[in-house]
Write a protein that binds this ligand. Sequence first.
Ligand SMILES: [Zn+2]
Length: 439
Amino acid sequence: MDKKTYIKKLSNGIKCLFISTGNDGLIQIDVNIRTGMYHEDNDTLGLSHFLEHLNGYFLSKKYQDGRQMEEKLNYYGTFSNAFTTDYLTSYWIKGQKKNFDIYLDIISNSFNEFHLDKTLFKQEKNAVIEELQSLKSEKWNKADEKISKILYPKHIESKSLEDEIKNVKRASINNILKLRQKYYKAHNTLIVVTGDFNINSMWKMIRDSKFSKIVASEENPIPFPLLKYDYKGPRLVYTKIGNTDSTRLQFIYKTHFDAFSNKKYALDLLNSCLCHDFDARLYKILRMDKGLIYSISSDISLDNQDSDMGEYELSVEISFKNVEDVIKYVAIELKKLTEKMITKKEMTKCKNIFLTKKLDMSLTQDFEKYAGFYANSVMWKGKVIKFEDEFKKYDKVTREDIINLAKELFDKDNVLIAYSGEKKMTKKIEKLSLDRFTW
Ligand SMILES: [Zn+2]
C-alpha cells in the first residue's frame, strides 16, 4: 500500500520529497509553502488565498504571458491547480513523464522568479471577491461566523468573510509581493514529486532546475499566532436565519489535542460508534427509534500545530418542533459514553470500518492522496508517516481509551450548543437544554 519515498534537501534549504509509484508513465510536481490563513493578520487577511490564485497561472520572468501559459499547459495535456489551507499554499502540475522537463522548468521558474501581471492581478482580485461573496451567501454562513467568534476570539479564524472581502478589495500588488517575500523562502518550502521516475536522474534534474537558484534562508520556522484562549462552556447560541423551514442544531466540543495525537484515533473510533451507520448509537435513537432526523453529520477538525484549535462537531438539520427532543437524546447518548465502556462488539465493528478503509486505500493510485498525506507528515513532523503505521494506531486503541476520551471531551466546560433558523426557543427551554449537557 505504501510507496517508496526519498527525502532530500537542496543546499539552499529547500526540502524535496519523492514518492515513487511505479512505471505508469505519469508524474506530478507540487510546490508546498508553509503559509496560509493562520499566518495572516488584519493587514494581510485573505492575501495568501489571493496569491494562491496568481500562483495557479505559473508565470515567471521567463514565461510572462498568462494565455500562452494556458495554451502550453493544455497542449501537453497537463492537469494543474493551486490551493491554500490554514497553514499551507500549494500549486502543482501533473502530466506525462516524457514532458517532465517542461513542467519542471515552468514551475521552478514561477517559484524562483515570480511574475505578477497587472491585468491578471485585477482579474483575480475580482475572482477572489466573487468566490468569497458566494461563500458569504451560503445558507448557514452567518451562524458559522458567530460560532467562530465565540470559540476563537481574536484569532484570525474569527474574521468574517466581509472582513476578508474588504481587505482583498484594498490589496495592492505591493501587499502581495511583501507577503510572498516573507513566506516563499527556501527553508519554508517542500517540493514533492510523485509518480514514475528514477530517483538518481530525478534528483539531478531538480538540482539542475531553477529551484537550486533560490537564495538560502535561515532554518527557523516562521512563527504564527496561537489561539491562547480557553473556551468555557456550557454555552448555547442562537442565530436567526430567515427563509428556511429547517433548524440546524450543532453540538460542538472543543478538543485539546493536535492532529498527530494518539487521541485522534480514539476520537475517530468514538465518532464511528456514534454516527457511522444506522446501527450507530445516535442514528439508532434519533432516526430508527424516534424518527426525529433524516441524517446526522459529524466533523473532526484537529490542527497540525495548535492543540487548542480543534473541535468535534455533530450536526443535524431538523424541524423546529424536534429540537428539544434531539437535544435531550444526544445528551443522554454522550453521557452514556462517559459512564460505561462501549461493548467489545461495538469496538470490533468500529475497528472493522477502518480496516476496510485501509484495504480501500491500498487499491488507490491517487497521487493527491499520497502527496497530500506524506507531505503533511514531512512538513509538520519532519518524516514520512506511512499509511501502514497510521492504520496500526487504530488497532492499538482500547475500550478504556474510548471512555477516557469521552470523559475528557464530553465535559460541560467544552460544549457549545448552536442552533440556527427562523424560530428561537423560549428562555426556559434554552436553560433546560444547557442543563442536560451539565453532568
Ligand atoms: Zn480561490
